[in-house]
Unconditional design. Sequence first.
Length: 401
Amino acid sequence: MRIVKSLLPILVLLVLSFFAYRSYTQLPQVLLGAIVFLPVLLSVVAFGLSVYFSRSHIFFYVLLITAVNIILGLELAGPRTAYALMSGFVPLLLVSLSLLPDRGLLTMRSLPSHLLIVTILLFSLLMVKMEPQWLSSMLFTEWLPQRYFDWTGQPQTVVFISVVSVLVMMITYAVRPSTSNVAGMGILLVLIVQMHFGAADASLHVFSITALLMSLYAILQESWRMAYLDELTELPARRALREKLQKVGGTYTVAMLDVDHFKKFNDTYGHDTGDAVLRMIAAKMRKVTGGGTPYRYGGEEFTVVFNGKDSEDATAHLEGLRELIADTAFVVNRRSRRNSDNTAKVRAGRKKSSGSKTVQVTVSIGVADSAQDDGTPWEIVKQADKALYRAKQKGRNRVSS
C-alpha cells in the first residue's frame, strides 16, 4: 500500500504531462511565452534545495534533466551518432547514479558519482568526434525486424537500453522503496519520452517541467519524512504528535506504551536487536484497531491517540494490541547477542547458544482521556504517563487507566 501511495503523485504527473503535450498548441500565446522560463526557474529551485538538504541523487537527476534540456534546445546533438549516444547514455547514467549510495555532494564518498559523470561525458565527446565503425554498428544494427519499431525514430539498441533501464529502476524501487527512487523512475520515463519526441517546443518544455516537478516532489517529500517520521520505526514522530494534539477536540484518548525490561534486553542482546524489537513493536502498532493513530514518543515509549473515544472504549483496542505483541514470537539470532558482557550472561542464566532462540516481548500501557481531565492535551499525556507507571508497578504487561 505504501509503495502504491508513493507512486501515485508520479503517475499523476506522467498522465498530466502527456495531456499537456497533446494540448500544448492550444495554450494562449501569453502562457506559451511564460512557459519558456519555467524550466529555468524550476531548475534553480531544485538545485538549491538539493544542495541545501544534501540530496545527491536528486541533484544528479536535476543535472541530467538540465543537460538534456540544454542539448536538445541548442541542438548540440544534431548528428545521428551524437543523438543516439545521448539517448542511450542518459538512461544508463540515471540508473547507475540511483544505484550508488547517497553520500552527499562534496565528499570523498561521493567521488564515484562525479567520476562516472565525467567519464561518460568525455567518452561521449570522444566517440562523437571519432565515430568509430564498431560504435555505429552497435548503435544502428537492426536486431529485430524494423516494422516492430515504426513508432519511434530511436535506434533499436537505444530502445533496448531504455526498456532495460526502466526494468532495473522498477526492481530497485521494489527492493528499496524510497522517494528518490520513485522520482528517479518517473524522471527516467520522462527523459526517455522527451528524447523520443526530440527538440520540439512541446516536448522540450512540457517534459522537462514534469521531470523537474518530480525532483521537487522528491525533495519536499523526503524533507517531510525527515521532519515528521521516526527514522528507525517509520512511525510519526513527536513533532507529528505535537501537531496532532494541537488539533484534537471533544472526546479523545491518549495511551502511552512502554516496552517492558527494554534496558535489560539491550544489555543482554545488544542495541541492534533492541532496534529490531522497536521496529517489531511499531509494525504491530500500525495494526491497532479502533481508529488509533500510533506515534513514537521517544526511546522505547510510544503513543496512541484515539479521536472520538473515551478510555473505556479505547482500552478494548489497546488490550488487543498488548496481546498481539505478547503473542508474537521474537527470534534472537546468535550473532546478534552480546557475549562480551559477563553480567548479562549471568542474568540470562544460560550458556552461549549455537543457534537462535525465541523470546517474549511485552508492553505496558497507560490510558487517559479528555473526559476524565479537562486539562490541555499535554496534561492528558502526563496522566497517561502516570497510568503507565501504575501498570508497571502492578506487574507489567497490562493496560492501566
